[in-house]
Ligand binder design. Structure first.
Ligand code: ADP
Length: 223
């Protein structure tokens, strides 16, 4: 089977003034559809950069990267944006929900933006799985951190992305809420066969994944 993510000698160099900052120094990575992968490593080792490149948010400097068969090196910026909107879901440490909208509208807006219209079956299945059915009329400020993150995850997966990319999803949560959110991600992975790539510092987070990739200085040091 074709891997859903395939990188070879992937490099990313940021140019800061006149200085080159190498963030990825040749990453080789294969991820199969349905895998739940945790990416760990010290701060500054390139985890977020890798996630941003795979999500089409950042253009790589060189190397090969195929995401669901699409080559990001040769793609135009506008094709990458289109690809991202249809194929990738993002979850961030700081939830990033729209404060003036209810949980329901935060989630439904994602379907609206993607342009496929409201899909009630998917909506119900996702909110049921994430245990937020009773919270849908609340605005973010009236929800706990764990609930906000569950709404953010619902928003990220509502359009059935090929890949869910999560950058420290439990970074702002206490132990109990972290565990709940991790269990939900695990269920998403198992029940919907959702492919997940998750950056984390949390050892418990790494433990729910099928596979742990360790990075250091812009490279994968163990897998
Ligand atoms: P991690 O997520 O593991 O903490 P990052 O991918 O954020 O690592 O950073 C890798 C390296 O790239 C670091 O040296 C960081 O300072 C640098 N870096 C990240 N983003 C940028 C940017 N937008 N501009 C310049 N340098 C950056």
């Amino acid at each position: 089977m074709e891997p859903i993510i395939a990188t070879r000698d992937l490099k990313k160099v940021y140019r800061v003034g006149k200085v080159d900052v190498p963030a990825l120094r040749g990453v080789d990575l294969l991820v199969q559809e349905g895998e739940f992968v945790a990416v760990v490593g010290p701060s500054g080792c390139g985890k977020s950069t890798l996630l941003h490149v795979l999500g089409g948010l950042t253009r790589p400097t060189s190397g090969h990267v195929l995401v669901d068969g699409n080559d990001f090196i040769t793609m135009t910026d506008s094709d990458r944006t289109k690809f991202r909107r249809h194929k990738i879901g993002f979850v961030f440490q700081r939830f990033n929900l729209l404060p003036t909208l209810s949980a329901r509208h935060n989630i439904a807006l994602a379907q609206h933006i993607q342009g496929n219209g409201f899909n009630p079956h998917r909506f119900d299945a996702v909110v049921e799985m994430l245990g937020i059915k009773e919270k849908l009329h609340h605005r973010p400020f009236a929800l706990s951190g764990g609930e906000q993150q569950r709404v953010a995850i619902a928003r990220a997966v509502i359009c059935e992305p090929k890949i869910l990319l999560a950058d420290e999803p439990t970074g702002n949560l206490d132990t109990e809420n972290s565990q709940i959110v991790l269990n939900m991600m695990r269920r998403l992975n198992r029940s919907f066969r959702q492919t997940i790539l998750m950056i984390t510092h949390n050892p418990e987070a790494a433990a729910v994944a099928d596979r742990i990739i360790r990075m250091r200085d812009g490279r994968v040091i163990s897998d």
